[in-house]
Structure formats: structure tokens, C-alpha cells
Design a protein around this ligand. Structure first.
Ligand code: ZN
Length: 261
């Protein structure tokens, strides 16, 4: 199976990210990560089972670095999380993780790494805050406490958009749709994994039980094979296939494509 272990910082390709103190700090907190070039179905969240899927995003290196920042922020949160034994607690923890990763890679980053904004041509949601006078204090901020204040203010705005998007604001309806899409992902992961030694167990529980083992890192490659239909095939194929369909619908209904028409 194609599984490598690399330093987290090596995932970044632009100088803007690789040489930035805030990115280096995040990578130091994480250390090494598992990565793969195997292409999972669209939208498949392999980082949940601790494998970051390499993606190209064509020649948009900044967009690629934003993607890796998002996935690494998930990983950092997972490392700090305690054991979880019931689905509802798991679902809430995953929801928190998604909020944290999204606010980091779609909002906070644009205050701290200004070059990242060049990844996008049109308007993005965070622009409205980048333009506001009261947020100027946070541009290029290096004080971690102040960055925490920025994060909590943007998180509150993000939760509002997730729950009650402004009625005529497509960018906020996209955020709301991400929330709905994530809920569907949690439900899909409540279904049995359908392969390997724990075939009848809910997929989320199979992952949590594996990661609770002190030696999970040494066993990871073998375990990933055990939750694939064929050795080296797509991991958690039932969950991956079901979510690929959700993702396809989601892009059709609330994707970025109308912005380019
Ligand atoms: Zn995410």
C-alpha cells in the first residue's frame, strides 16, 4: 500500500506557508504524518483515520497549502482529544473539529498569512471581516492570545452562518450547506464498516478503537488493509462510496461553479 510517513511541514510547497512562524508552530505540535497518493473518492475525509490524501489543485499551490493547513488543524485537534465511547459525543467532537479546521484555513489564515488570499480570484466569506476596521488589529498579529480572540470572534460568526445564513447571501448558504453535508457524513460513519475483522461494527467505532491502542502507529498500514475490500484498495469503501454521492449532490447544489458564470 502507498503509505508514507513524512514531517508535517514538508506538505507545504509555498514559501509563504513553509517559512511562516504560525505554520511552523502547528507542524512542530504535530510532528510526522501519514500521507498517501492513492486517490480516494471525491470528498473522502481520510484525515479522520490519520491518512492525509495528497491533492494537486492544478497549479494553485496556495490553494493546495490551504488544504493541507485544514487537514493538519484537524490532526492537531485529534491529538488533543480524549477517548470517545458514544456516537453523539463523537458527532459533537467531529463537528467541533470541522469548525476549528474551517475557521483556521478559511478565515484566521488570511489575517496571518496575507499571501494566502491570492489563492482565490473572486470574493470569499472572510473578505467582509478583512475589510472591517475593528479587525485590522489582527492583520499580521503574532500574539497567540490575540489570535485566540480573533479565532473566537470568527467562530461565532461562522456558527451564525452555519445555523442561520443571511437570506440572500450565497456564500453563507454555502457554509450552511457544508454543515448539512457534515451531518450526512457523521450518519454514514454510524453504518457498519462491512469489511475486515469488525465488519458489523459502526465505522466510527472501528477507527476510535484502533486509535486508542498505544501501538496504533506501528499497526496502521496493516489495519488500513483490514478495512479495505482489497489490500491496498480504498479504505472504508462503503463509507467512501456513500459520501462521494453526498459530495457530488452538494457540489451540484451549492458549489463554487455559479460564481464563475
Ligand atoms: Zn474538514
Amino acid at each position: 500500500m502507498n503509505l508514507e510517513r513524512v514531517p508535517a511541514l514538508s506538505l507545504f510547497s509555498t514559501e509563504a506557508f513553509r517559512d511562516h512562524w504560525w505554520i511552523k508552530l502547528l507542524c512542530e505540535q504535530i510532528g510526522d504524518v501519514f500521507v498517501t497518493d492513492d486517490g480516494p473518492p471525491n470528498g473522502s475525509f481520510t484525515t479522520y483515520f490519520r491518512v492525509i490524501s495528497r491533492r494537486s489543485y492544478g497549479s494553485n499551490e496556495l490553494l493546495r497549502d490551504l488544504y493541507y493547513l485544514h487537514e493538519l488543524r484537524h490532526l492537531r485537534g485529534f491529538l488533543r482529544r480524549g477517548p470517545i465511547t458514544d456516537w453523539l459525543a463523537w458527532q459533537r467532537a467531529m463537528g467541533h473539529s470541522e469548525l476549528d479546521a474551517s475557521v483556521t484555513s478559511e478565515c484566521v489564515v488570511h489575517f496571518l498569512v496575507p499571501e494566502a488570499r491570492r489563492a482565490f480570484e473572486g470574493e470569499i466569506w472572510v473578505d467582509r471581516f478583512l475589510r472591517e476596521r475593528k479587525f485590522q488589529w489582527f492583520v499580521g498579529q503574532t500574539d497567540l492570545e490575540e489570535i485566540g480572540v480573533l479565532r473566537s470572534q470568527l467562530s461565532a460568526e461562522r456558527i451564525r452562518a452555519l445555523s442561520t445564513p443571511t437570506h440572500n447571501d450565497y456564500l453563507e448558504w454555502q457554509i450552511h450547506n457544508y454543515g448539512v453535508q457534515n451531518m450526512r457524513w457523521y450518519v454514514i460513519w454510524a453504518k457498519p464498516v462491512r469489511c475486515g475483522p469488525c465488519a458489523e461494527t459502526a465505522a466510527w467505532r472501528v477507527v476510535e478503537e484502533h486509535l486508542a491502542r498505544p501501538d496504533w502507529i506501528e499497526r496502521h498500514a496493516d489495519w488500513l488493509d483490514s478495512v479495505s475490500i482489497l489490500p491496498g484498495g480504498i479504505r472504508f469503501p462503503m463509507q467512501a462510496t456513500a459520501f462521494a454521492e453526498v459530495y457530488r449532490h452538494s457540489v451540484d447544489e451549492f458549489g463554487n461553479w455559479p460564481l464563475a458564470t
